[in-house]
Structure formats: C-alpha cells, structure tokens
Design a binder for this molecule. Structure first.
Ligand SMILES: [Zn+2]
Length: 259
C-alpha cells in the first residue's frame, strides 16, 4: 500500500502533543466547554446496557445536536442505524435507504462529537477495513484514548447492515443482529465514520472500532461490517474528553452489569 502524508514523524508528533500536553483533559475540556467545539465524546448510555436490550431511550436528536455534528448510534426501538454527519441525522433502515431525521426523534444510544482532525493522510491504493485499522493503530500514541475517525473517498466495496425495529419486551442486541439485513455496496463514494474506544472503559463503550457508512449521495449506508477503500482521506480526531449520560428508566435501574 502507498500512503501519502505530511510524514509519519509529523503525524505522530501531532498526536503526542495532543496526548501528552497541557494536562490534557483540563486543556481540551476547557476548549470544549468554552467554544462548544472541543474534543469530547458525548455518549448516551453505556454500550453494554443498551446491548442488553434497553432500546427505549428518551434523549432526542435535538439534545444530541447540542454536543456534536458527527457521530453514530441507534434509534428508539433499535430501528435502523444512525449516522450524524455535518450536523444532519440519517436513519438507514432495513430497506437500505438513508432517511433524514428531525430533532424530535429519540435515541437509546449514541456517540457524538465535533470532528476536528488532528491527523490526516491520504490513501491511493486499495486498503481493506482491517488494513486501515491496523495502520491507524500504529499511528496512535496509546490505546487508552478515544479517537473519532472519518474516512472519506471511493470505496471498491462497502458491506453494511441495518436492523429491524423491535417491540417490547426487547431482546438483546445479539438476538437482534440475527435478523439484520446486509447491503453489499460496490464502487461507491462515501464516508465511513465512527470511533475507536479503549478497552479500559469496559462495557461503557464498544471496545475497538465501531463505524457506520453513508454514501456520498446520502442515499444509503449502515453499520459497517467491511470495506475496501480504493482512494481517499483518513482523518483521526484525538478525543481526550468523555461524557456519558444515563437515561432514567426502570430497565436501566434494574440492569445488572456483567462485572
Ligand atoms: Zn453500529
């Protein structure tokens, strides 16, 4: 693979500065709260609790929008897949179509931030999803940080999925995905976006990469299972801040964490 960038050394220095400088949380947190555009991951509900079957959240997209213009998540009842890109919410349903969503719609789980890349590099030879993850991993100064990731370009293929709306009593996510619909998109431009979260956060997050896809024409996408990137740009936003919101519900009050 051939990768053009300003140079690995420069890229790594940028990350190291972000990771090690200015007693970082305070520094970035201050930026976040003063300007509303800092490097904080704002999350609705712990991933593990959601995945146990808590899909009846009461946070609205309008509330989410106060904390980011970029992100991924789920919709009430687990209907479809959420993409938030450039401040616009999309719901990719099992028909494969991306629908625009308004601010009154509710979510049981979401991760959003303001995307401001710290590392950018371009790719002009085919890279698989696995190769991209391995490559980005090598650039990161530590596994113990949250990173927002955006890959924009031409994809030789993108395999994505969506899940159907559930009814109560909600089954766990492991059951829901058995009925997922998989879309095999080919020769498509678009954006893969999401987060790489550290395992040290336990079941609060999905550990590793969790990314969704939205086509360049904003018509299709889904939860990403695999892709082949032909050419494009990979951007990484080092995200030292983490804010999580617990939604009040009887189900959550009684939820028993696995550890
Ligand atoms: Zn997903």
């Amino acid at each position: 693979m051939k990768i053009q960038s300003m140079g690995f050394v420069i890229a790594i220095l940028v990350v190291a500065t972000a990771a090690l400088g200015c007693a970082l949380y305070a520094c970035y947190g201050a930026t976040a709260w003063n300007g509303g555009s800092g490097d904080t991951l704002y999350q609705i509900m712990p991933y593990g609790a959601m995945a146990s079957g808590i899909y009846s959240g009461n946070a609205t997209l309008g509330e989410l929008r106060q904390h980011g213009a970029f992100g991924i998540g789920a919709y009430i009842g687990m209907e479809g897949e959420m993409v938030l890109l450039d401040g616009q919410f999309y719901q990719i349903r099992t028909d494969g179509v991306a629908y625009l969503m308004n601010d009154s719609v509710k979510t049981p789980y979401a991760q959003v931030t303001y995307f401001e890349p710290d590392i950018t590099f371009s790719v002009n030879e085919t890279m698989t999803y696995t190769e991209v993850r391995d490559y980005v991993d090598k650039l990161l100064p530590t596994e113990n940080m949250v990173y927002a990731i955006k890959i924009t370009g031409e994809f030789g293929s993108a395999t994505a999925r969506s899940v159907p709306k559930q009814s109560e009593p909600y089954p766990p996510l492991s059951e829901v995905v058995k009925n997922q619909t998989v879309f095999n998109l080919s020769k498509i431009s678009g954006s893969a976006l999401g987060f790489r979260c550290p395992s040290l956060l336990g079941e609060a997050v999905f550990p590793g990469y969790h990314m969704h896809f939205l086509s360049g024409d904003k018509a299709s996408g889904g939860h990403l299972l695999d892709f082949e990137l032909s050419s494009g740009t990979i951007e990484v936003d080092v995200t030292p801040g983490f804010e999580i919101v617990f939604l009040e519900s009887p189900q959550f009050y009684e939820y028993a964490p696995s550890r």
